[in-house]
Design a protein around this ligand. Structure first.
Ligand code: HEM
Length: 189
């Protein structure tokens, strides 16, 4: 893994690198008797993390991130997420790998629309589905049985110093299927 190579081309991920904050977040989460809506603020930091070569042929540029989300009503952190965004230039493919501390991991694949130039605006789009042989979801036995993540879809829009996203996590919980959604608008700190 090359960490400090200034020549690495992060493609459409280049414009993410930095620290972003936003306070227009809205989380829609399941409750046993309905739905909970929680306005939130957050910080997401993206770091250039070099590149890797897989099987001496696939080169991935690596951006590491950490997302820390707090409920507006209490000021307390209620979601923490770490992961990587990866760029495969040869295949024009974008990958997001993430883990959340509920014992759930997602490997979502997709692509981008627009140009890699963040000043002109671009959209990253990735998705994963439970049992999909390409882009999947791994969860603990407890989560599989009680709060299974079936699907994950994430669209992120980047234009200059503005970043917005919408993500849908489809859950099987409390005897129903629930679209757990999160969205926010951020600016570069
Ligand atoms: C900004 C992002 C997110 C926020 C603020 C958030 C917040 C929440 C909240 C408030 C709950 C309800 C918890 C409870 O009632 O105890 C919840 C449940 C859950 N979330 Fe998220 N979430 C986010 C993203 C995600 C992602 C990306 C995943 C997985 C890919 C995920 C998976 C789950 C699961 C499996 C549950 C069900 C567990 C439960 O309710 O007990 N969440 N989330």
């Amino acid at each position: 893994m090359a960490e400090d190579d200034a020549d690495i081309d992060y493609g459409p991920l280049t414009g993410l690198i930095g620290t972003w904050t936003g306070d227009k977040g809205m989380d829609v989460a399941p409750e046993p008797d309905g739905t909970e809506r929680s306005p939130y603020f957050e910080t997401i930091s993206f770091e250039a993390a070099g590149d890797v070569t897989n099987a001496e042929s696939q080169v991935l540029a690596v951006v590491r991130y950490h997302q820390v989300v707090s409920r507006k009503s209490t000021g307390k952190v209620f979601h923490d997420q770490v992961g990587y965004w990866l760029w495969d230039a040869e295949r024009s493919a974008v990958i997001q790998s993430l883990t959340i501390p509920r014992a759930v991991c997602v490997l979502a694949g997709g692509t981008f629309r627009g140009t890699p130039d963040p000043a002109r605006g671009l959209v990253l789009e990735v998705a994963a589905r439970l049992g999909d042989p390409d882009w999947g979801i791994i969860q603990s036995p407890f989560m599989r049985d009680q709060a299974s993540t079936r699907e994950f879809r994430h669209t992120l829009e980047l234009r200059g110093n503005r970043l917005s996203y919408r993500e849908t996590t489809v859950l099987d919980i409390y005897g129903r299927t629930f679209d757990h959604t999160d969205e926010n608008e951020l600016v570069r700190a």
